[in-house]
Write a protein that binds this ligand. Structure first.
Ligand SMILES: [Fe+2]
Ligand SMILES: [Fe+2]
Length: 202
């Protein structure tokens, strides 16, 4: 969710001295539970987290520690949306800086909506968070309107809905196309990855 145009007005996040620091899964879940009451939003963040970790593991072969950082970026990227939508995503960035988290995680969160926050996705983590964010929510909305949910879902079905501007109209098709281009991954490949992995999260 990134429909509020809050430019962050800076381009570096976190302290390089904190590289490698990542809160435990328990601490992240406690933060999420205290900040986010909206269950749908929580599911969205869990789904994006799951996709991020799966990509880090399967496609990039990253270490467990790195996979965990990718997971945290996904899990916390919209953590401030529920209570402070007008401050999204400045509030969560400041919280993670105060908790001395790895700058890579904070940078990824800061760049998940370049058109809104004014921060360019640079690293692979940044680009994949941007790429999965809207597509994850969109694919989930599609699953909810299918009687069989994710079962038997095909890439072409998702693409057909993307062309239908009345379906999930709040989801920016421009952001989805832009994110796929920046990640240099064909949209079809991203959609297939989301379908395959998101089916495990419901
Ligand atoms: Fe967002
Ligand atoms: Fe999001």
């Amino acid at each position: 969710m990134s429909s509020h145009a809050l430019h962050l007005l800076r381009t570096t996040f976190g302290d390089p001295a904190n590289s490698g620091n990542a809160m435990s899964l328990q601490e992240a879940q406690e933060l999420l539970n205290s900040w986010v009451k909206n269950e749908r939003l929580k599911l969205h963040m869990q789904q994006v987290a799951h996709l991020m970790k799966a990509w880090a593991r399967e496609r990039l072969g990253l270490s467990e520690e790195e996979q965990h950082r990718w997971y945290l970026a996904g899990l916390l990227h919209d953590a401030d949306w529920d209570q402070w939508p007008e401050q999204h995503c400045r509030r969560i960035i400041e919280e993670l800086e105060a908790r001395r988290q790895d700058p890579a995680i904070i940078q990824a969160i800061a760049s998940h909506g370049p058109a809104y926050f004014g921060v360019e996705p640079r690293s692979a983590m940044d680009k994949m968070l941007y790429a999965f964010d809207e597509l994850s929510g969109f694919t989930h909305a599609y699953s909810l309107m299918r009687p069989e949910g994710y079962s038997g879902m095909e890439v072409k079905g998702v693409k057909k809905r993307l062309k239908d501007k009345t379906f999930a109209a709040q989801v920016s098709r421009e952001d989805i196309a832009d994110a796929s281009q920046r990640a240099a991954i064909p949209l079809e490949e991203l959609i297939q990855f989301v379908i395959t992995h998101q089916a495990d999260t419901v």
